[in-house]
Design a protein around this ligand. Sequence first.
Ligand code: IMP
Length: 174
Amino acid sequence: MVTLKEIFSEQEIRERTTALGKEISEVYKDEPLVIICVLKGAFLFFSDLVRNIKKDSQLELDFVRLASYGSSDKSSRTISFTKDIEVNVEGKNVLIVEDIVDTGLTMEFLLKQLSVRKAKSVKIAALLSKKARREKSIAIDFVGFYIQDGFLVGYGLDYAEKYRNLPCICEAQL
Ligand code: IMP
């Protein structure tokens, strides 16, 4: 049986996404921006964040899905696209919106891909930064919350595809 313990409430998440939206709006000001949602886990964070980013007609949104194969013991994992982005990012500012950066392998892969495609700049907004298992040094430009360790679910994050709909973020005791 899975036990859930609330770590970040719906209210805390709302306040944080509003603040991050403002911060991001100020960083990019009037520059065009492509925001990429990393499915599935970032879908709620992304939808709340983009509604707090003030831009008139300068915003393009896209979605990507990545899978990781191989041993779960980290560095031997291979990352690949199961759904690629559709927008042409060449010469554009890109903001990746991710649910959680854990080892950093997924973000490292996506950053490389965007660099190959000649994005003008790439920044990362992550709902959560989990430090304990980090293997790749990834600069996260906008962080919702820092956590040390633990398996989190809710607000987009799943355990075996469950709990994504929870409005809060909980630690799952498996
Ligand atoms: P990374 O490549 O190790 O940084 O892993 C990133 C992906 O692992 C995230 O996008 C999540 O899908 C998944 N993940 C890592 N930690 C958790 C967690 O605590 N709960 C749910 N998913 C997680």
